[in-house]
Design a protein around this ligand. Structure first.
Ligand SMILES: Cc1cc2nc3c(=O)[nH]c(=O)nc-3n(C[C@H](O)[C@H](O)[C@H](O)COP(=O)(O)OP(=O)(O)OC[C@H]3O[C@@H](n4cnc5c(N)ncnc54)[C@H](O)[C@@H]3O)c2cc1C
Length: 416
């Protein structure tokens, strides 16, 4: 493709930066994608790969604070806040608590849905057009409950998703459950099926997307850490990296959970906290579930692919640490085994932790940065970065190209 227009440097090659590079390159821009590790080497590597419009409601919902308080004294909950003196965490938690209201939750849900539905459409297009190899499955997702009280709460939420947001959903009980997903055991309280959800294998997606970008002329520079911005008269000229300066005309920071570490250079106190999640990747078990399964009572997700199987979960607010807590690893397999007809005993190929970038209201921040007129941010995608990436990348390309964005960018704007 012929490249024209100002050169754009995208910092951070997770799924968000890669999607930004994709849509910028597709619009004909010259693009360089830089990462301090490798393309898709951080949160975008070992996540569950669910592309889930059904998951539009934010974590900040009425009642969640009670769960967070329980987690202060328990290591067996999937939501955990490690008690520690960290003013930025406590400030974040206060803002989060302020968002745990019904009205706020519904409004945020609508803003999230716009990105989720657009991304779901764009994935269909781009996976076909660029032949991205990522075990793409569009057969929906099943949210399964073991206990009646969990099923009651899920049913109330699913009815809200149907009536308020127009999400397609079907309630399943008794035999309907095992007819839909034979890998489940009998005697579970019930489930809800979301036919418009999809799933893919994130590490394979990022590998294939990288190849496609390189073939289309995007320069990918890995193992290059951006340390600062070089500014002149409120305009960024270059980034200063550990391997020299890189000049460009426009800059996009898609640095995920690490965005607050660049706050000084972005002129913006990013309201982002890292929340550690865990996953176990293994060969497909026998029998293997057909659908992506959300085990609601335990907050564990099982994603089956042609090339393997992954269990993932846990939301641990413990700062920037990569320590693997064996109690949490055990929770993944033990949680899943409560729902499956055959316990999963496969050998683990990879035990992984990664940081989600959590904002207090659950919405990502996408748009111009205060530090300079040619610097932009796309970060803070919470638990839904895989699901929101294409729409985020498209929005960034439209903003930088001065085109009217397909989705109104206002709700995702950075506060001054
Ligand atoms: C266990 C778990 C399960 C999940 N499951 C799902 C799911 O099923 N569906 C879903 O939609 N989402 C899921 N998520 C969330 C999803 O993984 C994230 O929202 C998404 O990967 C964020 O992408 P990103 O590009 O913003 O961040 P990242 O993938 O972390 O990318 C940021 C990149 O910036 C680079 N970087 C940072 N600082 C610098 C610097 N100074 N210089 C150069 N490079 C830099 C990093 O090296 C990194 O590669 C899950 C997350 C976890 C932890």
């Amino acid at each position: 493709m012929e490249q024209s227009g100002p050169h754009v440097l995208v910092v951070g090659a997770g799924v968000i930066g890669t999607a930004c590079a994709h849509y910028l390159a597709e619009s004909g821009r010259r693009v360089t994608l830089v990462d301090r590790s490798t393309v898709g080497g951080e949160a975008s590597h070992g996540n569950c790969g669910c592309i889930c419009p059904s998951h539009l409601l934010p974590l900040a919902e009425p009642g969640i604070i009670g769960q967070a308080l329980t987690s202060l004294v328990s290591h067996s909950t999937p939501f955990f806040v490690a008690p520690r003196f960290d003013p930025s965490l406590w400030h974040w938690l206060l803002r989060f608590a302020g968002n745990c209201r019904e009205k706020q939750m519904i409004q945020t849900g609508h803003f999230a849905l716009a990105l989720l539905q657009q991304s779901r459409r764009l994935y269909d297009e781009l996976i076909t057009k660029y032949q991205l190899k990522c075990d793409w499955e569009t057969n929906g997702a099943l949210y399964v409950c073991k206990q009646p009280q969990a099923f009651k709460a899920l049913s109330a939420k699913s009815e809200l998703l149907q009536t308020e947001f127009g999400i397609q959903a079907r309630r399943l009980v008794d035999q309907q459950l095992t007819d839909m997903e034979p890998a489940l055991r009998e005697g579970l309280a019930g489930a809800w099926y979301f036919p418009d959800d999809a799933h893919l294998r994130p590490d394979h997606l990022l590998r294939s997307w990288r190849e496609s970008l390189v073939q289309r002329g995007v320069t990918v520079q890995e193992q290059t850490e951006v340390r600062a911005l070089s500014l002149r008269k409120e305009c960024a000229r270059a980034v200063i990296t550990d391997r020299g300066d890189i000049r460009a005309e426009q800059f996009v920071f898609a640095t995920g959970a690490m965005t607050p570490l660049l706050a000084r250079d972005l002129g913006w106190q990013a309201p982002i906290q890292p929340a550690k999640g865990y996953s176990l990747t293994m060969p497909r078990p026998e029998p293997c579930p057909r659908l992506a399964l959300h085990f609601v009572d335990y907050g564990v997700v099982a994603t089956p692919w042609l090339s393997g199987y992954r269990l993932g979960s846990i939301l641990e607010f413990s700062g920037y640490n990569r320590r693997v807590d064996p109690r949490r690893v055990a929770l993944l397999r033990d949680g899943a085994n409560q729902y499956l007809a055959e316990p999963c005993t496969e050998t683990v190929e990879e035990t992984w932790v990664g940081w989600r970038s959590m904002t207090p209201d659950g919405l990502p921040r996408i748009g111009p940065c205060p530090v300079a007129s040619n610097v932009y941010v796309a970060a803070g995608h919470n638990m839904l970065g895989m699901s929101m990436a294409p729409a985020t990348g498209q929005m960034i390309a439209q903003i930088l190209n001065d085109h009217t964005p397909t989705i109104d960018p206002e709700p995702y704007r950075l506060a001054a």
